[in-house]
Design a protein around this ligand. Structure first.
Ligand code: HEC
Ligand code: HEC
Length: 343
């Protein structure tokens, strides 16, 4: 769970980032490609994103990553032949898609991510998880890319290289993921004083952000995730994929613990939880209200004072909490042509 390792890593990355993100001196790729630095447009209340010095954001790198993301060429000759990343990650639903089995995780604000995939199989930077996606998941065929009519030129422009390796595919995709920022939901605009939430939404916010609902400890503003792992009590015994982080660490306290997903655009990403067990936010809120199950590794935050695991929310509280979750929908993100397919 909240072991010291990811925290120390994150601190190191932030330090790295303080230098890497200095906006006036973008680092040129070694071979001297003439790239155009790209500056992320972020609201003041957002933390500094994690950008390694070895992979600064450039217009060329992001455009290339975007094209790769939408291109089925990436899966050619691999186990997912015929798919693009975007085949399972659709913009209109925050880059998810409803499927049976393991729930597709959204691609939103992962520039701040330190733990990836439901059980945290990959920890580190976006480059680390892209290496997994490129080399293990899609098993990208570099010969296909190198023989392509357009890609050698595009990689040359982005990285100043003549031979495309998986390193460059990883870097381009990581840059693209850092571009996928959602920061214009109604909640964001409320926090910036641009609009007022309704009284119902405000009541939902109070429940979410106070000990009443106690959601904010794991889903804090503004990213709506603590980047940690928790067993929230979906079950009392665990097997198969449901063992969660335990499969990676073998630590008893990680039994049934999963990555806290962001709640951004949550109204559009049904079904919910790692196994997609809840179809609606109403069902999900009822789980938090009255369905939490006890086990040795249950996160202490899920146990309430006294023997009870229930929150005791009224029907109105529950409805308002759902209304609040809807304020996290960011239409600008979901419809931004710059995030859509370049084809
Ligand atoms: C066949 C459907 C499918 C395709 C195609 C697909 N993904 Fe995913 N993606 C998923 C699923 C399902 C998960 C959650 C899996 C898990 O956590 O075990 C996921 C999770 C992720 C995550 C983790 C997000 C997080 O919050 O931790 C990243 C990053 C990701 N995908 C990137 C990609 C990239 C890059 C590609 C293309 C190279 C891609 N995906 C193609 C289904 C897909
Ligand atoms: C102890 C930490 C913790 C607390 C407290 C918590 N959550 Fe979560 N939340 C998680 C984790 C971890 C998951 C993923 C669990 C899984 O899939 O097994 C999750 C999943 C969710 C999801 C589904 C996300 C998705 O993409 O499927 C929603 C919605 C949600 N939480 C809302 C809330 C609300 C509302 C509250 C307060 C009533 C709350 N959470 C309290 C950790 C927490």
């Amino acid at each position: 769970m909240k072991s010291a390792v990811p925290t120390v890593q994150a601190a190191a990355l932030v330090l790295l980032c303080l230098t890497a993100c200095r906006r006036d001196v973008p680092e040129e790729p070694a071979s001297g490609a003439h790239t155009t630095p790209f500056i992320l447009d972020l609201p003041a209340n957002f933390p500094v994103p994690i950008i390694p010095a070895s992979n600064p954001l450039t217009e060329e790198g992001i455009a290339l990553g975007r094209r790769l993301y939408y291109d089925t060429l990436l899966s050619r000759n691999g186990p997912f032949e015929g798919f693009a990343c975007a085949s399972c990650h659709h913009q209109a639903t925050s880059f998810t898609t409803p499927t049976a089995g393991t729930n597709v995780l959204a691609h939103v604000n992962l520039a701040w991510g330190t733990n990836f995939l439901w059980n945290g199989k990959v920890c580190g930077t976006l480059e680390d998880v892209m290496r997994f996606e490129v080399e293990e998941f899609f098993q990208v065929d570099m010969a296909e890319l190198n023989a392509h009519p357009d890609y050698p030129q595009l990689f040359q422009e982005a990285f100043g290289i003549d031979n495309i390796t998986s390193d460059h595919v990883v870097k381009a995709l990581a840059q693209w993921f850092r571009r996928m920022v959602s920061s214009n939901s109604r909640l964001d605009r409320h926090l910036r004083g641009e609009l007022l939430l309704t009284p119902e939404e405000m009541n939902g916010a109070m429940i979410f952000l106070s000990e009443v609902g106690d959601c904010f400890h794991c889903h804090p503003l503004p990213l709506m995730t603590d980047n940690g792992f928790h067993n929230i009590g979906l079950a009392s015994t665990f097997g198969g994929f449901d063992v969660g982080r335990f499969a990676i660490t073998g630590a008893p306290m990680d039994m049934g613990a999963f990555k806290t997903p962001t709640l951004r655009n949550i109204a559009l990403t049904a079904p919910y939880m790692h196994d997609g067990r809840f179809q609606t936010l109403e069902e999900l809120v009822e789980f938090y209200n009255s369905g939490v199950q006890h086990s040795a590794s249950l996160d202490p935050l899920m146990t309430k004072p006294g023997p009870s695991l229930t929150l005791g929310l009224t029907p109105q509280d529950k409805a308002n909490l759902v209304s609040f979750l809807h304020t996290l929908t960011d239409e600008a993100f979901l419809t931004d042509p710059a995030l859509g397919s370049p084809f």
